[in-house]
Design a protein around this ligand. Structure first.
Ligand code: F6P
Length: 519
């Protein structure tokens, strides 16, 4: 997009209380079924007029066209010159999706077959009790989040561990608990150059070799990567590697071989359900566009544009995601990478500056825990923070009384935020209300509904990126810190004078570290 996007006019200033009173049919009109998800945006500050304006912005920005370009394998990740085809990772075998004239769906299913063989082998091998996924960012957050989310579906014998941080405390605490003879390490790195992952993988390999000898590496290490050569150089036989492709972004990779640990835990059939759930939302997104590129009938675009309204018209700089499901405790962290690494940009794809604020800060914790921590600010703080509430009708446990209490709390919080309460003569008891939220509900947290939820957020992030005119699929902002860290590392362990061209603040901190560092 190279035109400057026209913003919609602001909502008419009415309190949500007044809007609710004037539109009793709001809950019916401002909700949609997306796959098996029931999504309700009736507590957002929208009217039909505002929604119409928001969709006009989406249409002006060419959202439908941009989506079709992505699906057709065009190199929509322009700054890296790559196609963006995570939807192909969950496409049924019968689908054709091509990159550079090559149908990639058969390649995807070939890797899925190898993943199934690996998963079945490990699941049926009683000697294996522990799976350790070593990766970071997109090579960690997805499988780590989903393994927790779907623990009710997990193989009873298998325990999973996710090591990401270069802080030795991470791998140290995991290894302390393991028996090498019963452990499989899965080293996941798209590039196989990532400092944290390679450092942790080397530590894990040394630990294993010290205990079982060098020949054990091939039985206990699997790699997931796009870089076979580097995997071989590291010392993992490329035949023990599961591949993926440069058209899969790290934060969009859980559907690929990056999800191997998840497939091992929940089994290939459940993993298929996870993929099918995401595919159902892809289909809803695709069929939501009119042939003329209209977006008004596409509820996923509506949700994305409500995000634009909150961010760009109403100036809301953050969004809370509160899953009322303890198993989704890592979902906010996963969505942080998905949204903030995708849309935290101030330069447009064409190199010009963005014309309006882009991605908000995404944060959150499970409910009800958050209620006893930061909800005070959500209700009475000076900033209005839109909230996504995620909840389920049935728990993956037998404690239905707990589930009723949990969901009552979700609904109470959404109501309190929207309607508030007059504190009368006691201003500190006043709840202003008029604070927006969206409900994303499903009958149960399953592989399928989890897949649907993640795909829903992916598409929302995509639409917003198109409206902002940015490349949502690169991440140049992470590069500078990596370069500087590699320059600083040798300085920390050197006795030579700190180079004169080091900035004085960094130089002073290096000197402090040298004085206090123990060998
Ligand atoms: O540094 C950011 C990043 O490149 C993420 O985009 C990515 O998910 C993560 O690092 C891990 O990268 P890799 O899978 O190549 O190790």
């Amino acid at each position: 997009m190279d035109q400057v996007v026209r913003l919609p006019v602001t909502p008419d200033g009415r309190h949500l209380r007044e809007i609710f009173a004037a539109e009793p049919d709001r809950p019916v009109r401002h909700c949609a079924r997306i796959g098996d998800l029931h999504v309700d945006w009736s507590r957002q500050p929208i009217t039909d007029r505002v929604l119409g304006e928001l969709h006009a912005v989406a249409e002006d920005a060419g959202v439908a066209r941009a989506f079709a370009r992505m699906a057709s394998g065009e190199r929509v990740n322009v700054t890296e010159g790559r196609a963006v085809m995570h939807m192909a990772l969950r496409a049924p075998r019968s689908t054709v999706m091509s990159v550079d004239g090559v149908d990639v769906v058969p390649l995807v299913h070939e890797v899925l077959e190898s993943m199934r063989a690996t998963a079945n082998r490990i699941r049926s091998d009683d000697r294996i009790t522990d799976i350790v996924n070593i990766g970071i960012g997109g090579s960690d957050l997805g499988p780590a989040m989903a393994a927790r989310a779907l623990r009710a579906f997990s193989h009873p014998r298998l325990r999973s561990h996710f090591v990401s941080n270069v802080d030795g405390a991470d791998i140290d605490s995991v290894l302390a608990d393991l028996d090498p003879a019963h452990t499989i390490f899965i080293v996941v790195s798209k590039t196989f150059t990532t400092l944290e992952t390679l450092t942790n993988a080397r530590t894990a390999r040394s630990w294993l070799v010290e205990r079982l000898g060098p020949d054990a590496v091939s039985d206990h290490f699997i790699a997931v990567s796009t870089a076979a050569q580097r995997v071989a150089e590291f010392g993992i036989d490329p035949s023990a590697m599961l591949g993926f492709w440069d058209w899969v972004g790290g934060r969009y990779s859980i559907w690929s071989a990056v999800g191997l640990s998840l497939m091992i835990l929940i089994g290939p059939d459940r993993f298929d359900e996870f993929l099918a759930g995401a595919h159902a939302v892809d289909s809803a997104m695709t069929s939501g566009f009119g042939v003329d590129g209209s977006t008004a009938a596409n509820p996923i675009v509506t949700l994305a544009m409500i995000g634009i309204l909150n961010r760009d018209v109403l100036g809301r700089g953050s969004k809370a995601v509160i899953p009322y499901a303890q198993e989704l405790d890592r979902l906010p962290a996963y969505l942080q990478q998905l949204d903030m690494e995708s849309n935290g940009k101030s330069v447009r794809a064409d190199g010009s500056s963005v014309s309006m604020p882009t991605g908000p800060v995404i944060w959150g914790e499970p409910g009800t825990n958050g209620q006893h921590a930061f909800f005070q600010l959500l209700h009475q703080g000076t900033d209005v923070i839109p909230v996504d509430f995620i909840g389920f009708a049935r728990a993956n446990n037998d404690l239905s009384e707990h589930q009723d209490l949990l969901m009552a709390n979700l609904l109470a919080q959404a109501e309190a935020l929207a309607l508030g309460r007059d504190g009368g003569a006691e201003p500190h008891r006043h709840f202003p209300g008029d604070r927006p939220s969206t409900l994303v509900l499903a009958e149960q947290l399953t592989p399928s509904t989890l897949g649907q939820l993640l795909a829903l957020y992916e598409h929302i992030v995509f639409v917003q990126g198109v409206v902002w005119g940015i490349d949502s699929f690169d991440q140049w902002g992470v590069e500078l810190g990596k370069v500087l860290a590699s320059r600083i590392t040798p300085q920390l362990v050197s006795d030579e004078p700190i180079p004169a061209d080091t900035d004085p603040t960094t130089s002073a901190a290096i000197a402090w570290y040298r004085r206090h560092r123990s060998r």
